[in-house]
Design a protein around this ligand. Structure first.
Ligand code: MN
Ligand code: MN
Length: 462
C-alpha cells in the first residue's frame, strides 16, 4: 500500500516525533484531571469556567463592545458553556465553531427517591442516556449534583459530591448471585436487569429516634443529610442528583498509550475543543467558538441542549455589537460537531466495517454522516466541506481518518451535527474513536486525543 494512488488509514505512531510524544503524554495528564473533576456537566462547566478565567476570558453580557482579540465565556444555567475568541474579521465572515457535549450516560436519582426495604435504605433511579443496564450493577458509584433548598428567605443551592475522595463511602446497585440467577441468565441482556431493579443501596443503620416505629433506616439517612447539608425529604423535589462511576481515569496498557475512564463520550472532544481555543496564541482571522452543551445523550432537547435558542441568542448579541446581520454570520459559519465515534473492535468484527470504521491510534476521525436505516436522522456533510477539512488537516500535518458507525443496518446513532446544520451552518462530525462507548469505563487512545487537539487548533485558525 505504498503507492500514492491508494488510500489507507495511517497510525499516528508512524509519524510521531519524540518531542510530540512527550507533549502528547503531558496533554493526556491534563485531560485525565478534567475527567476526574468533571463527571457531570455541572462539574465540567465549573472546571472549564475556572480554566477560561485563568486565560483572561470574561463573562459576556448583552451590550458589551465586541472587538478583535476579545475573549468571552457564557454559561447556560450551570450546565453548558460557550467559549468565544473574537477574530480579526467581522462576524459577517462567519464563526469557526466546535460543538461538543458535556453530559454522559449515568444513573439519575428520581424526584421522590428515598425509601426503606428489608433493612436497607435505597434510592429509586431513572437511567440517563443509552446504557447497557447490566454494566452499571456491582460497580462503585459516587453521588454528584445539586439540591435546591427552599427556605423562608428564598432558594439556596447545595452542591453534593460523595464518593470522589479515597476516604469517601460509595454507593452500589446490587445484582443477583449466580447461584439464584438461572432464570435471569436465560433472559436477553436487554431484559436481564430491569430499570426498576436499579435501586441504589445507600445505608442500613436505623435511627436512634425510637418514636418512629417504621422507616427508621430511611430516617437515619434523612438525619445525616439534614445534619450535613441542611436538607429534608421534600428538597429532593428540586434536586439534580446523579450516580456516576466512582473510579478515576487510568492509563491502560503496559505502554500507557490508552486511557480508561467514565465519560470519554464526549469529554474527549469537549476538552480539546475548549483547550485548543484557550491555547490560541494569536487573534484568529475568524471568530472562534467552542460550544459545549448538555442533553446530547437524550436528544439535544431542552433549554440546555443544542436545540436551545441559547446559542442563537448569544450569536445574535455578538452580531448586534458589531452591527452585523445574524443570518449572514450564520451562513458563513463552519462547525465541527465534535463527538466521539466507535473504534473498530476486533472482538466484534461482525458488526463493524473494516474499511470504514475508525481505528484506535489513527487520529482524529471525520464522520461524513451518522444516522440509521439509510442515513435517516443524519446531517450528511457536503463533499465540498469534507474537502475543505481534508485540506485544513493535511496542511497542518494532522493525522486524521474517517469513521462510520459499523455495518449498514447494524444500528445507528446521532450527534448535535444535524441541529447545527439545520441552522444553515456547514457541519461535519469530527472526534475521537472510543472502545466500549457508553460503558462505565470507556477507552480511548492518547494520540487520537492529541491529534484532535491539534486538529481543532488548525480548524480555529483555518
Ligand atoms: Mn457523544
Ligand atoms: Mn453518546
Amino acid at each position: 500500500m505504498e503507492n500514492e494512488l491508494f488510500y489507507d488509514k495511517k497510525t499516528v505512531w508512524d509519524s510521531l516525533t519524540e518531542e510530540q510524544e512527550s507533549a502528547m503524554m503531558d496533554y493526556a495528564e491534563g485531560y485525565k484531571a478534567f475527567l476526574d473533576a468533571g463527571k457531570t456537566e455541572r462539574d465540567a462547566v465549573r472546571y472549564l469556567t475556572a480554566k477560561a478565567e485563568a486565560k483572561g476570558f470574561v463573562p459576556f453580557t448583552r451590550g458589551m463592545a465586541v472587538k478583535a482579540g476579545d475573549k468571552f465565556y457564557s454559561v447556560n444555567r450551570n450546565k453548558g458553556i460557550i467559549l468565544t475568541v473574537i477574530g480579526k474579521q467581522p462576524l459577517s465572515a462567519g464563526i469557526h465553531l466546535t460543538a461538543a457535549h458535556l453530559d454522559a450516560p449515568r444513573i439519575d436519582i428520581r424526584t421522590v427517591p428515598l425509601y426503606e426495604d428489608s433493612g436497607m435504605a435505597m434510592f429509586k433511579t431513572h437511567y440517563y442516556g443509552g446504557i447497557k443496564k447490566y454494566q452499571w450493577t456491582t460497580i462503585p458509584l459516587e453521588l454528584r449534583g445539586v439540591v435546591c433548598v427552599v427556605t423562608d428567605e428564598g432558594v439556596r443551592s447545595v452542591d453534593i459530591s460523595i464518593g470522589a475522595k479515597p476516604e469517601d463511602p460509595v454507593f452500589v446497585i446490587t445484582d443477583l448471585l449466580p447461584h439464584l440467577a438461572a432464570e435471569q441468565m436465560n433472559k436477553t441482556m436487554l431484559k436481564g436487569i430491569a430499570a426498576e431493579q436499579m435501586n441504589i443501596l445507600i445505608g442500613s443503620k436505623p435511627s436512634k429516634n425510637e418514636d418512629e416505629k417504621t422507616d427508621r433506616i430511611k430516617l437515619a439517612v434523612l438525619e445525616f443529610l439534614n445534619k450535613t447539608y441542611g436538607i429534608k425529604e421534600e428538597d429532593f423535589l428540586s434536586a439534580e442528583l446523579s450516580c456516576v462511576p466512582a473510579f478515576n481515569a487510568r492509563d491502560i496498557g503496559f505502554d500507557r498509550t490508552l486511557i480508561g475512564a467514565y465519560g470519554h463520550d464526549d469529554r474527549v472532544c469537549s476538552y480539546p475543543a475548549a483547550t485548543a481555543l484557550l491555547d490560541l496564541t494569536e487573534t484568529p482571522e475568524h471568530t472562534c467558538m467552542a460550544v459545549l452543551v448538555d442533553k446530547e445523550e437524550i436528544g439535544s432537547d431542552g433549554v440546555t441542549g443544542m436545540q436551545s435558542r441559547f446559542f442563537d441568542t448569544l450569536v445574535g448579541d455578538l452580531c448586534r455589537a458589531q452591527d452585523v446581520l445574524f443570518d449572514e454570520c450564520i451562513e458563513h459559519s463552519v462547525c465541527l460537531s465534535a463527538d466521539v465515534c466507535n473504534a473498530y473492535d476486533p472482538n466484534y468484527p461482525e458488526v463493524s466495517e473494516r474499511r470504514n470504521d475508525a481505528r484506535i491510534n489513527c487520529g482524529l476521525a471525520l464522520v461524513k454522516y451518522t444516522g440509521a436505516r439509510g442515513k435517516s436522522g443524519a446531517s450528511d456533510a457536503t463533499a465540498e466541506l469534507m474537502a475543505r477539512m481534508r485540506y485544513c488537516f493535511n496542511k497542518a500535518g494532522i493525522t486524521w481518518q474517517t469513521g462510520q458507525l459499523g455495518k449498514v443496518d447494524q444500528g445507528g446513532g446521532g450527534t448535535v451535527a444535524m441541529f447545527m446544520a439545520n441552522r444553515n451552518i456547514d457541519t461535519v462530525d469530527a472526534g475521537v474513536p472510543v472502545l466500549s462507548m457508553h460503558a462505565p469505563f470507556e477507552c480511548i487512545a492518547k494520540v487520537d486525543l492529541y491529534m484532535t487537539y491539534l486538529g481543532f487548533g488548525a480548524f480555529y485558525n483555518m
